[in-house]
Design a protein around this ligand. Structure first.
Ligand SMILES: [Zn+2]
Length: 200
């Protein structure tokens, strides 16, 4: 495969995803306190983009194209964030979609029988630390399934996090994150918004 060409195609996809995030109100700019406690000038809530089925379909198609070479037989996602995108990817590939969910603090495959020794791809909306991804995948690998690939709309892993892991994404975020003490936005006196609560 022509690497230059696939890089260019990747840039086009990323640009389109960035537009969709802005257009749908999923990408907010301001001053945010993230779940990690760090401050950021950007906040992305994928659900706001995925509420538009045509955007979800586009992201699903592009992720499916990149996961197809690994020949998965099942798509697995963690609820709730991975539900829509996982389903879209599975629809394009023509394979089943199953999801796991947290019950009493642990990820479980509550509603589905274990698919056995199948090849599966893990699909998420956003990957931050990779911790829940590993926890999710283990549910199937523990039963003998083969974890062949992973994809997310957004990869917002910090540098050095799960480096050896081959994660396919449509947009690799590199917005700077700040400790509260060193946050330039705090110094400017911008009001701090905690995502999840309504901005403004
Ligand atoms: Zn701040």
């Amino acid at each position: 495969m022509d690497t230059d060409r696939s890089n260019r195609d990747g840039d086009v996809v990323t640009a389109r995803i960035m537009e969709m995030m802005k257009e749908s109100g999923a990408h907010l700019e301001g001053h945010f306190k993230l779940t990690s406690g760090l401050h950021s000038g950007h906040y992305i809530q994928c659900a706001l983009m995925l509420r538009f089925p045509r955007f979800a379909a586009y992201a699903g198609e592009k992720l499916a194209e990149r996961l197809a070479p690994s020949k998965p037989e099942v798509i697995l996602s963690p609820a709730l964030g991975g539900l829509i995108i996982g389903h879209e990817v599975a629809r394009v590939l023509g394979i089943p979609f199953i999801f796991c969910e947290r019950q009493d603090g642990e990820m479980r495959l509550r509603r589905f029988p274990h698919p056995g020794k199948v090849r599966f791809a893990l699909v998420e909306d956003v990957v931050t630390t990779g911790k829940s991804s590993g926890e999710t995948a283990r549910i199937l690998t523990d039963g003998g399934a083969d974890w062949v690939s992973s994809g997310s709309i957004i990869d917002r892993r910090a540098e050095g996090v799960c480096e050896g892991w081959d994660l396919v994404s449509l947009w690799k975020l590199s917005f700077p994150l700040f400790e509260e003490k060193e946050c330039p936005l705090c110094k400017e006196g911008l009001p701090l918004v905690k995502p999840g609560s309504r901005p403004g």
